[in-house]
Each structure stands twice: as structure tokens, then as C-alpha cells.
Design a protein around this ligand. Sequence first.
Ligand SMILES: NC(=O)c1ccc[n+]([C@@H]2O[C@H](COP(=O)([O-])OP(=O)(O)OC[C@H]3O[C@@H](n4cnc5c(N)ncnc54)[C@H](O)[C@@H]3O)[C@@H](O)[C@H]2O)c1
Length: 272
Amino acid sequence: MQLAGKVAVVTGGGSGIGRALSRRFAAEGAAAVVVADLAAGPATETAAQIISAGGTALAVVCDVAHEADVVALVDQATEAFGRIDLFCSNAGVAIGGGVETGNDDWQRAWDVNLMAHVYAARAVLPQMLARGDGYLLATASAAGLLTNLGAAPYAVTKHGAVALAEWLAITHGDAGIKVSCLCPQGVRTPMLLGGLDQTAGAVVAAGGELLEPAQVADAVVAGLAAERFLILPHPEVATYLEHKATDPDRWLKGMRKLQARVIASLSGPQPH
Ligand SMILES: NC(=O)c1ccc[n+]([C@@H]2O[C@H](COP(=O)([O-])OP(=O)(O)OC[C@H]3O[C@@H](n4cnc5c(N)ncnc54)[C@H](O)[C@@H]3O)[C@@H](O)[C@H]2O)c1
């Protein structure tokens, strides 16, 4: 897909990757970008940046964890610009911890990181199927292909997002629906810098290069142009995935070693 002339919706568009995607889509000549976010100020700011650069944008306040909000977002965007060509389910929440994490936090991870993608597809697919054309982009994570040390709710729900994207691509691909799944490792955004605890920070530090949101947007534009399912801004993720698929036991052992290194780095130099 080329973005010129297209109408795009981006959830979580008030910050980080979503803001970078919104701005980049507009710079590529999108007819309009609908910037949806839980936070009104940041969504308005992204839209204002696009408009002051000569683009067309609309800010919409939307909690993607609530289906009625997602339906209203699709209705508002379609009413304003006639159709939605590209829907980016990008909003997400970083929820760490293990199985001891409370049900409320598990539910929030489930609602935002997975059910929001179900709600988006349910709301936008009818118009796309009627036209025989449309594009869904899901921001999952490398955590959805591999895992996330120390963050079970995040890793599990991101796996769900990848599984849903695969299912949509298979089920609706022959009807003209394209699907891509964005799976970065660390990206320098408020989620990564502010929302994670010390353990998760150390995991990220052990997990390779930290990209800028604009670099992720570059990868997305290239991935959409190629209509590639997996968009991997950190290409080494493909190699890790191959290792996991080829020899899962060896991969698990390697992940345990990485975890031990992270724990050791957190406890600092040991007294002799
Ligand atoms: N930053 C990373 O290292 C990284 C890596 C892999 C995947 N991701 C994924 O990228 C996506 C964007 O994350 P980011 O790093 O740009 O984070 P961010 O915190 O900078 O931005 C997330 C945005 O989503 C919005 N949001 C959160 N919950 C929402 C809800 N219920 N409804 C609507 N909007 C909501 C927030 O207000 C915020 O503006 C997420 O899905 C995240 O899991 C991030």
C-alpha cells in the first residue's frame, strides 16, 4: 500500500510509535490521519503537528478497551473522510510481573493489547470487505513472537495480538484485506522509558538496539509498501524466531541464561 491519498486511523497516536506513524503517514501524502488516543491533549497535539505541516488530521478521544469507543471512532472517521483505508491498532499497555499479577492488571492487558484489535476489526472490516480493499496494521511486539522476560501479561497478550493478525490475514486475505503485524523490540518512547520497572529496563538494555519511533515509522512505511505481514524494525527478531521454531528447548535455555544475566546485572557487583 502506498499511503498517498489514503485515510488512516492510528490508535495510541498521541505518543511514541503512534505519533511517529501518524506524522509519517501524513508526510507520505495521506488524505487524512485520524489520531485516536485515551489522552485528549497528546492526540490534539499530534493532529496539530500534522495540520501545521500542511496535512489533514482529526483528533479523537477513544479508549480502545471499550468497544463502543472503537465503534464511535470508526463512525466518526468514516463520516469525516468517507472511508478508512488503513486502521492501525497501535495503542498498548506495558504490564509486567508474573502469574502473581492481579486479575485487574491481566484484564487491562487483555482488553487493550488484544480485545481492542478484535473491536477494531469487527468495526472496520464490514466497510473494507464491501469495497474489497482495506489494510489492518496491528502493533504487537517482539514479545508477541518470542517472549518478554519478567512481563507475563504483556508477552501473553502480545502473542494474542499476533495470533489474531495471522487469523485475519488468512481469513480475509482473498477478499482484499491486507494485514501487517508490527513487532519491534525496544523503542525510545514514554512507555519504555517511564512505564517499566527496573527489571524490565534491564531486560530492554539486554535486548539490543533501542530505536527511535521515526525509525519504526520508516520500517512500517516500507512494510506497508511491500504488503509484508511481519514488520520487524529490529531484523534480528527474525533470527531469534527461527531459533525458537527450530529448537525450542535450546531457545528456552538461552532465554534462561539471558534472564540470569539480567538478574546479575540488577544485583550489581558482588562483594568478594
Ligand atoms: N516502546 C517499545 O519499546 C515497544 C516495543 C514493542 C512494541 N511496542 C508497542 O507499541 C505500541 C505503542 O507504544 P509506545 O511505545 O509508542 O508507547 P507510548 O506510551 O509512547 O504510547 C502509547 C499511547 O497509547 C495510548 N493508550 C494507552 N492505552 C490506551 C487506550 N486504552 N485507548 C487509547 N489509547 C491508549 C497512550 O495514551 C499513549 O498515547 C504499544 O502497543 C506497545 O506495546 C512498544
